[in-house]
Design a protein around this ligand. Structure first.
Ligand code: ARG
Length: 570
């Protein structure tokens, strides 16, 4: 709809030039100033005239009325009103319908795509769990926000590389190896999987409280692992396999795959080369035995590269990984999606990349999201306040299954559908919030299927499918709008591309979630007010079928962009 905005702004520009004299810069200013009013009653486009007051030496209200009197774009602008210094412009529903409906029907799932990213590569680092622990509710953020941002980039034509940067290195593996040798057994771990690894890890901490020498043992085991000890390496690899097997289940439910699982361990041997460059640049200092980079000039604490004992740390591995990714993928952007608690971490090492003289430092983007608590209580593994993602999904699936059994017991693919709707409910609930806001997860709210929820959106999609399955096959191009509800939908659908671009530019999937609700509200209003298949008049009927098909297409694309599946029957 940028074309429409351009047409309207050109027309306003001509009127303004006629009224007040020509100023060429104004043409692009007007385009930028045109906004979409929050409420449809205020028109489809609005121009605030306050900025003009000084320029034209007139009151904004007077300027708005003068423009309103003269602005005319037959076939496009239906009505113009001047209200409190704003110029409210109402676009004809037919204009939208004739542009939007044929385009959606022709392009199908390509509708709304752009090629702004053509020829560009984006690396996305997301989900990235610390292995040997199952996903908890806190992982929902990085996983679904990250994946949605990836899908939005693909939608805009970028080549995307999704990386699961597993947290698979650090002293905790020394602890786990120690605990396994002392209290674990192969059979038990094989049977108990990741949960047993957690139990061993917890037991380690309990026992180490009583006997601190266990910490030295663990450090020793980790050191052996670092040195490539065969037995420890075998154990570590095994723990990693167990973890991945567990994560795969969740990724399958979410339909997420990664291009790479190279985690932290992959970069350990790349840190010495990095340290060499840092030393040559004169920025690596030895402080109390550790190697650090002073960042006080930038108001940040020092960035640690090597600990006293020579082992690498999180920052160092991240820098090595960024250099490796730049060399491997030659990215235009490398995006990291993590909780805002890690903002300082990223700010620190991004600065180090800059100090190293890499001109691509500004291509590193940290996308933070707010912390998630459960019913307002902070999550804490130590205090037993954890909510496992698989339990949340299972509860949601169970609830959906109950509803299906009650309302549609003969549904085919019941299990698959229940999974799509249950998991979708949780994702939708979460992605309704703007990313950066801290959020409190409530199981009751996530599993409430009333109102603005995922099941409501998926059900609306299924409703379009059901109507279309009964409709005659028609590709109406003779569009006749006969009800305001129809105009409302086509206007909503016309915004799709702009919404996806805004969501991409601001890394904000919640714009898509909210937009989905706009489509659903508009469609359900239309559905209740306007008979579709039973209308006598053929043009009206085929138009309504075409509208339904367009809604199905755009709603389907939008749901996919926020990681929701689209069952045709629920
Ligand atoms: N494994 C980390 C965690 O669970 C997140 C990793 C994020 N990515 C990165 N490149 N640092 O907190």
């Amino acid at each position: 709809m940028q074309a429409l905005k351009k047409q309207v702004s050109n027309s306003i520009f001509s009127v303004v030039s006629e009224l007040y004299g020509v100023n060429d810069d104004l043409s692009s200013d007007i385009y930028m100033m045109l906004e979409y009013p929050p409420d449809r009653d205020m028109g489809d486009l609005a121009l605030p005239c306050f900025k003009f007051a000084r320029l034209f030496r007139k009151a904004p209200a007077a300027i708005a009325s003068s423009i309103a009197e003269r602005l005319s774009l037959p076939g496009i602008v239906e009505k113009v009103c001047a209200v409190n210094g704003y110029l409210n412009i109402y676009i004809s529903g037919m204009y939208y319908a004739n542009k939007v409906i044929p385009e959606i029907l022709e392009k199908g799932s390509d509708y709304g795509k752009t090629d702004v990213g053509k020829g560009k590569t984006v690396v996305l680092d997301y989900s990235s769990p610390n292995i040997c622990k199952p996903f908890h509710i806190g992982h929902l953020g990085t996983t679904v926000i990250g994946h949605s941002i990836k899908l939005l980039h693909e939608f805009a034509g970028y080549r995307c590389i999704g990386i699961n940067y597993l947290g698979d290195w650090g002293t905790q593996f020394g602890k786990l190896i120690t605990a396994y040798r002392l209290w674990g057994s192969r059979e038990e771990v094989e049977k108990g999987g990741i949960d047993l690894l957690v139990d061993l890890y917890v037991k380690f901490h309990e026992e180490a409280e009583k006997d601190p020498s266990l910490n030295d043992t663990a450090r020793g085991e980790f050191h052996k692992l670092e040195e490539g000890d065969v037995e420890n390496t075998k154990l570590w690899k095994w723990f990693k396999e167990i973890s991945l097997k567990e994560y795969e289940k969740t990724y399958r439910q979410l339909d997420i795959t990664f291009d790479s699982y190279s985690g932290e361990s992959f970069y350990v041997d790349k840190v010495p080369a990095l340290a060499k460059i840092l030393r040559e640049k004169g920025i690596l200092k030895v402080d109390d035995g550790a190697s650090v980079i002073d960042l006080s000039e930038y108001n940040m604490p020092p960035c640690l590269i090597f600990k006293k004992d020579g082992s690498t740390i999180y920052h160092a591995r991240d820098i090595a990984a960024a250099v490796y990714r730049k060399e491997t993928y030659d990215f235009d952007k490398c995006i990291y999606v993590t909780s805002s608690q890690q903002s300082l971490h990223f700010a620190q090492w991004f600065k180090v990349v800059e100090l190293m003289g890499y001109d691509w430092y500004h291509r590193l983007v940290h996308v933070p999201y707010g912390t998630i608590s459960v019913n307002g209580v902070k999550l804490s593994t130590r205090h037993g306040n954890v909510l496992l993602l698989r339990d949340v999904f299972a509860a949601a699936i169970e609830k959906v299954t109950e509803v299906i059994n009650e309302k549609n017991p003969d549904l085919e693919n019941k299990q698959e559908t229940a999974e799509a709707v249950g998991v979708g409910a949780v994702i939708f609930y979460y992605l309704l919030n703007s990313r950066i806001k801290d959020s409190s997860f409530s199981m009751d709210e996530a599993l409430s299927f009333e109102g603005n929820t995922g099941p409501y959106a998926q059900y609306t999609y299924a409703r379009t499918c059901s109507i279309l399955s009964k409709a005659e096959k028609t590709e109406s191009t003779n569009i006749v709008l006969s009800a305001p509800e129809e105009s409302e939908i086509v206007k909503t659908l016309s915004r799709f591309s702009e919404v996806t671009q805004k969501a991409l530019n601001e890394y904000e999937p919640s714009y898509i979630t909210r937009y989905i609700l706009d489509i659903c509200t508009a469609f359900n209003r239309f559905y209740h007010e306007c008979p579709i298949l039973s209308v006598e008049n053929e043009s009206i009927r085929t138009t309504r079928i075409a509208i339904t098909k367009a809604v199905k297409t755009v709603l389907g694309s939008a749901l996919h962009l926020i990681c929701l599946k689209t069952p045709e029957k629920i």
